[in-house]
Design a protein around this ligand. Structure first.
Ligand code: FAD
Length: 274
């Protein structure tokens, strides 16, 4: 079976932490390569990421903290990364992050490639470095071409793997991989899979991150109205088909955005034969 990985966000309460433990136990049965934990996204804190990562590691599982650099300094990043290293963490997902609106100071890193270079210069090969990829292109990119060029630079700075933003169009992924491969990228690009649970939330996320919800999918989901069970059942079929198609077409594995819940992701993994 091709490798899979699961992404969490740091829980904000004891109740959330307990729920995440249960989710993790359920998902561990699929033998993922690693569990990653987001950083700074949606108001989560740096301490929350460290705490969640250490808990995963204490359970004997492979943990990969995300690390975003925008608004930070070399000193601050070094402090965080030293701490991870001292705990034996060997895998980081390196990101730029987003500047919160209104906050002006971009800090000492402008783009993720600078963080990747910094990690390689300071820590050599200690860390396996993952980076983000955008088959439908990053929302702030001036053009598809510029975005691919920037992605290639980020990989050349020393990334080992990439994880994509979630998407619903398999052709966008295949074309992106073909194009960056033609530009010399040889690292695996893992598709990010987002289970469909709730239409309005999905539409909001997708607007923010530049993911296109194709017309046929949007209209189908809208037609279920408030019927959450039908949305979930239909979403499971769509995401299992997409995952299946991606794996059959040569994707190296899958990365699941779990939103800290095991249900939908477990069903997709089971249907895929994991
Ligand atoms: P970059 O690779 O730096 O790209 C950002 C933009 O800048 C792109 O438009 C790119 O084309 C452009 N660019 C890059 N280099 C240059 C250059 N040298 N000159 C000019 N333009 C350039 N956010 C969080 O806050 N926390 C998380 O934990 C988190 N996890 C994520 C996990 C995944 C798998 C993904 C796909 C995204 C995640 N994000 C997270 C969101 C991410 O931080 C945002 O999408 C952010 O806007 C871009 O981050 P990046 O690392 O892709 O940036």
């Amino acid at each position: 079976m091709k490798p899979i990985s699961f992404e969490f966000f740091p829980p904000k309460s004891e109740e959330g932490a307990a729920k995440l433990r249960t989710t993790r136990r359920q998902l561990a049965q699929f033998k993922p390569e690693y569990f990653s934990v987001t950083f700074g996204a949606g108001g989560s804190t740096q301490e929350g990421t460290l705490k969640a990562v250490l808990e995963i590691q204490q359970e004997g599982l492979h943990a990969a903290p995300h690390l975003s650099c925008i608004g930070s300094t070399r000193e601050k990043i070094r402090t965080i990364v030293d701490e991870y290293k001292s705990h034996g963490i060997r895998h980081i997902v390196a990101l730029r992050g987003d500047i919160p609106s209104g906050a002006g100071d971009v800090g000492e890193f402008r783009y993720a490639n600078e963080l990747v270079s910094f990690l390689r210069e300071e820590y050599g090969d200690w860390f396996h470095i993952g980076v983000a990829a955008y088959p439908e292109f990053h929302p702030q990119a001036p053009s598809a071409e510029a975005d691919m060029r920037n992605f290639v630079n980020k990989v050349k700075a020393g990334a080992d793997t990439a994880i994509t933003q979630y998407f619903f169009n398999a052709d966008a992924y295949f074309r992106f991989v073909d194009d960056v491969t033609a530009r010399g990228v040889t690292i695996p690009v893992f598709p990010g899979i987002m289970p469909i649970q709730n239409f309005s939330q999905l539409a909001r996320f997708s607007d923010m991150c530049g993911t296109e919800i194709p017309r046929w999918l949007r209209l189908r989901l809208q037609s279920f109205g408030d019927d959450a069970a039908s949305i979930r059942a239909f979403g499971l079929d769509v995401m299992t088909d997409l995952s299946d198609r991606l794996l059959a077409g040569g994707a190296p594995g899958l990365h699941f955005y779990t939103l800290n819940a095991a249900g939908a992701v477990s069903t997709i993994c089971q249907r895929l034969g994991y």
